[in-house]
Design a protein around this ligand. Sequence first.
Ligand code: ZN
Length: 285
Amino acid sequence: MALVTLKETLKGSVQGRYAVGSFNAANHGMVEAILAASEELGTPVILSIAEVHFRYLDLDKFVSYALHRIEEVSTPVALHLDHGLSMETIKRGLDLGFSSVMIDASQQPYEENVRITRSVVELAKPYGVSVEAELGFVGGGEGNLVEGSVANPSDFTDPELVADFVEKTGVDALAVAIGTVHGPYKGQPALDLELLREIRGRTTIPLVLHGGSGLSDQDFRNVVANGINKVNFYTHFSLAAAAKVAELIKGGKPLGYPDLTTAAEQEIKSIVAHQIGVFGTPRVI
Ligand SMILES: [Zn+2]
């Protein structure tokens, strides 16, 4: 098929009570693994590139490669800029050809988050690009791989602000904080499904869950049943692919570099395919 917007990949997801996976890619092999899983299952997918991963890439070259590959696959794919932290990055993403951008002003005071998000929606409009924003704050971080993080209930999304935020900003999708963290968890994640149901009742736009790695399949089924339509997923497959490579090296057999990258890609593809199934994304081709 072709490149589509985030809005297009999520069309029907609110009524259909399913989610579409948003998988971060930080190198070429990750792009191939994510697109291969999407094609194999015939489901849409959101291919994400996060600003925190720019250090691994030459962004201009990488986006042009990703766009080229997206044109070649048979499923609808959105190219999403994850956690754009400044207006400059958003503008660069729009000019490079992303079909969706996330502005993360969630750590700003409420009125400032509204103002910044609104200006990104205005900026994205002439490009026909979707915008995701965050209300409440999803903490943690991929930098914290050893200890893991715990969610702080004082950062959770205030349901009273949801309708006002969506109306004032005009965003296409809203990331909410209901108990997840970015990166690994310290202990078991505790998700506030009641809060999620309340948020779901306040808006008709798709809701986004960040910090998906570390949740069980049942946790995912629960959040999707209660109103999540896009799930961001990265840390789990990134760690699993690295573990796979370590296991092969420890095996002691002489291996070439492509043996390692191929094994890592296959691991990512199988995890992505599994997650797409858990999210209940319907087949479109
Ligand atoms: Zn996030």
